[in-house]
Design a protein around this ligand. Structure first.
Ligand code: 48F
Length: 273
């Protein structure tokens, strides 16, 4: 076989399989030690979470995305009912996509067609390149709550997704953060956890019927801080405020992620809890 196709080198082969496992475990321990105590914990690697992660990491915050699945892009990966095309309108959403190197195909004056897979992986690329860490296969199932004088969300509680799927009662791990973002899309999991844990503190009525442009406008307008330490971005905002759904147009998701990043930056730099 030609040398350049050789996946074997004697020096690499000097490591036994046990030695390889040790390298992985030590590296993972280093990564997790850092990732489990970020400035910002973002739950969900959909378009809103990835955009928020990218912009916060770029501004110097330590960001961890906890994603229950194996991939990135969330529901956006499925495009329009699994057809490989989505829409982006002119404005900040398109500008961010351009900055991420996404190809925009003009569909009309103010509207572009995008490849949802391309948009997903390029947003993830920008987030990771800026220093955010994506931890896959992690299911957020509770919040850490500080009742103190100024009650606030102080982090989240997570289990490996296969443990949740198996229905095993295994104890979870803690992720402490200065800010937590619910970017779990329609699940609105973090918000619903808070609703269950603290009756009366907030209500998550679910989204309303489809109205594309009202949905796009309102989801951004309502994005921001929900409680001290807790923010919502993307479709979880629509679930929280009963806003119209909008289908495979992704501008609002990117812009909502950007607005959440701005709100968190302002609060963390300004010392708001
Ligand atoms: O659903 P998702 O893409 O949310 P989004 O960023 O964007 C919504 C659009 O994709 C689309 C739309 C636009 O018109 O309608 O639906 O608001 O991504 C949410 C991510 O969160 C993960 C989930 O696997 C997905 O990748 N997720 C959900 N619940 C949890 C979670 C959880 N409890 N723990 C960890 N990850």
């Amino acid at each position: 076989m030609e040398k350049r196709y050789d996946a074997y080198t004697e020096r690499a082969a000097a490591h036994s399989e046990g030695g390889l496992a040790r390298l992985i475990i030590r590296a993972a321990a280093r990564v997790l030690e850092e990732a489990l105590e970020p400035d910002v914990a973002i739950v969900g690697a959909g378009p809103a979470g990835l955009t928020a992660a990218w912009l916060l990491a770029e501004r110097g915050f330590r960001v961890t995305i906890l994603e229950r699945g194996l991939g990135v892009g969330g529901g956006m990966r499925g495009g329009s009912t699994l057809l490989p095309a989505g829409l982006l309108a002119e404005g900040l959403g398109a500008e961010l996509a351009r900055r991420a190197g996404v190809r925009l195909e003009r569909a009309s004056e103010d509207l572009y067609i995008v490849d949802p897979t391309e948009l997903s992986v390029k947003l993830a690329f920008k987030a990771i390149e800026a220093g955010a860490r994506v931890i896959p296969g992690v299911y957020v199932e509770d919040v850490i709550f500080d009742p103190g004088e100024k009650p606030r969300i102080r982090g989240v509680v997570a289990l490996l997704s296969p443990i949740v799927e198996a229905g095993w009662h295994v104890d979870p791990i803690y992720v402490e953060a200065k800010a937590v973002v619910d970017a779990t899309g329609h699940d609105a999991d973090v918000l619903r956890i808070v609703e269950r844990r603290f009756p009366g503190l907030l209500r998550v009525p679910g989204m309303s019927a489809l109205n594309v442009w009202e949905g796009e406008r309102l989801v951004v307008e309502k994005t921001g801080r929900v409680l001290p330490g807790l923010y919502a971005a993307g479709m979880s905002v629509a679930e929280l405020y009963n806003l119209p759904r909008m289908g495979p147009i992704f501008t609002g998701m990117l812009v909502s992620g950007a607005k959440a990043a701005d709100a968190i930056e302002a609060d963390l730099r300004g010392g708001t809890p």
